[in-house]
Design a protein around this ligand. Structure first.
Ligand code: UN1
Length: 494
């Protein structure tokens, strides 16, 4: 199957005629399709189409735009299983999880639909008589949305639904690993009634991504990806005074106190560390264990992790799918070697998985390291794979210090029955998200999502906050006094 870009309402190949392959990471013999390797000039064409379409899209009443989002949500709902199958085939995580990914898109659509009837501004009293003062929200222009492969539907919806609802038009550059999901999503948007030029899809890699960031027709950038790429995106946006939202890495920890419900925590840690094969920015990649329950919990954890069944995510009974590609596989194996060489103990896993049905995929055994020191690289750097680093601590204060002692600050978690400690964690964990008695993954679409420190740049996705990113505030004064009223002067110095 040969897929195309979608620009100005037309499906077309890249002007370069070049393509790239999309391959199933669970079975590299399974070729999903070829996709256009887009160039700067393809992006330019998309940006111009979006700029043109903006002229009318911005004027459609927001509740009406919301109706289109609702329709998109309904289509996603009716195609949930079919989309999830394709997504699993393309990026590997298990079917139940890709269904969750689609559900997150559905939730985001319905939230956007209702937001069309809110998009609140403020009305406040003026300091002068017979004067009306308010702020309203306006669209900004063309939004460039650059998205990753690990949530190939949810993350594009997090950006594109609010962008469109606010009245912006979109140039969408999805990850090269998940172009099929992007294609299907754009088909859904078209069917829902998004007009020509309002959504433009440009496939490709670095050249296309860079062209989106640099294009003068594109007014704002919403990027999810690595902190390294995010820094380049931010620098290039700064040069153009372009608004940019960055959602980047994480090194999330669960803190397990000695009074915690260990069975509950076991379920949570397994899910947080090995769900999505550890390939979430919210993944539990560090486990901080109180010394009093350290050995007992590790024993429980290893026993459970050993039972996880690796395989094709579309096959019944699979718990953990492959990692996304060979480069990522090598990167994770390299981190495992680093962990060993720094003196941590690899309790289980630690290698590429072999066995029936795994020969043709990128499978890594769920891996648990103990004797990890907070300063070890496997406790500091984002691995983005099924690798959990376990660190022992003595006191809650020490755990807070270890949790906070990394560059990132996305998600965090505390298991305890002590309400005082729970509130301390909510206050003191340096992270955009804190869970109490739940793992580090599982954010809901109607709350803000994002992180502090090197995870983000102060913006949030999801919830009400993302609507602020995708809209401009305009302040309006209406003076109906019939005289010149000088603010700060006439009301004080008369
Ligand atoms: C991501 O890891 O990139 O909270 C997004 C979660 C999901 C979203 C994760 N709802 O784990």
């Amino acid at each position: 199957m040969t897929f195309q870009n979608y620009i100005g309402g037309k499906w077309k190949p890249s002007s370069s005629q070049e393509t790239f392959l999309n391959i199933n990471p669970a079975n590299t013999d399974d070729l999903i399709g070829t996709f256009p390797q887009s160039t700067t000039s393809d992006v330019q064409e998309a940006a111009e189409a979006a700029r043109e379409a903006y002229k009318t899209w911005r004027l459609m009443p927001a509740p009406k735009r919301g109706d289109i989002m609702r329709k998109a949500g309904m289509i996603l709902e009716s195609r949930k299983d079919e989309l999830a199958r394709e997504m699993t085939r393309e990026m590997g995580k298990v079917f139940a999880e890709t269904k969750g990914d689609v559900q997150e898109g559905i939730d985001t659509a319905y939230y956007a639909a209702t937001e069309g009837r809110r998009l609140f501004g403020h009305t406040v009293p003026s300091e002068l008589p017979n004067k009306f003062a308010m702020s309203i929200r306006q669209p900004i222009g063309v939004a460039g949305c650059i998205t990753p492969w690990n949530f190939p539907l949810a993350i594009p919806t997090w950006k594109i639904f609010p962008a469109l609802l606010c009245g912006n038009t979109v140039v969408f550059k999805p990850a090269m690993e998940t172009p099929k999901t992007a294609h299907l999503f754009v088909e859904v948007l078209i069917e829902a009634g998004v007009p020509e030029g309002v959504i433009n899809l440009v496939h490709g890699g670095d050249e296309a991504g860079k062209a989106v960031v640099d294009n003068p027709h594109i007014n704002l950038i919403s990027f999810t990806g690595s902190s390294q790429t995010g820094a380049i995106v931010a620098q290039n946006c700064a040069k153009q005074h372009k608004r940019v939202s960055l959602e980047m890495g994480g090194k999330n920890a669960v803190v397990l106190m000695d009074d915690a419900d260990l069975k509950l925590a076991l379920d949570g840690v397994i899910w947080g560390a090995f769900g999505t094969t550890g390939q979430r920015c919210t993944a539990t990649s560090r486990l901080l264990l109180h010394e009093a329950i350290h050995d007992q919990f590790l024993e429980m954890l290893v026993k459970r992790a050993e039972q996880l069944k690796l395989g094709d995510g579309n096959q019944e009974g699979t718990d953990v799918g492959p990692v996304i590609n060979d480069a990522q596989l090598q990167r994770i194996l390299n981190y495992i070697e680093i962990g060993k060489s720094e003196g941590a103990t690899c309790l289980i896993g630690g290698k590429r998985a072999s066995g029936k049905g795994l020969e043709k995929g990128y499978f890594i055994e769920p891996t648990i390291f103990t004797d990890v020191k907070p300063e070890h690289r496997i406790a500091q750097e984002e691995i983005f794979g099924p690798v959990l680093s376990v660190i022992k601590f003595k006191t809650f204060d020490e755990a807070v210090q270890i949790l906070n002692g990394v560059r990132y600050g996305l998600s965090s978690s505390l298991y305890t029955k002590n309400v005082n400690l729970a509130f301390q964690a909510m206050r003191d964990f340096e992270a955009g998200i804190t869970y109490i008695n739940a793992p580090t993954i599982g954010a809901e679409a109607h709350l803000p999502f994002g992180g502090v420190k090197e995870t983000g740049n102060g913006h949030r996705e999801g919830g009400w906050q993302v609507y602020e990113f995708f809209s401009e505030t305009k302040t309006i004064y209406v003076d109906f006094s019939g005289t010149l009223q000088r603010a700060q002067i006439d009301n004080y110095d008369k």
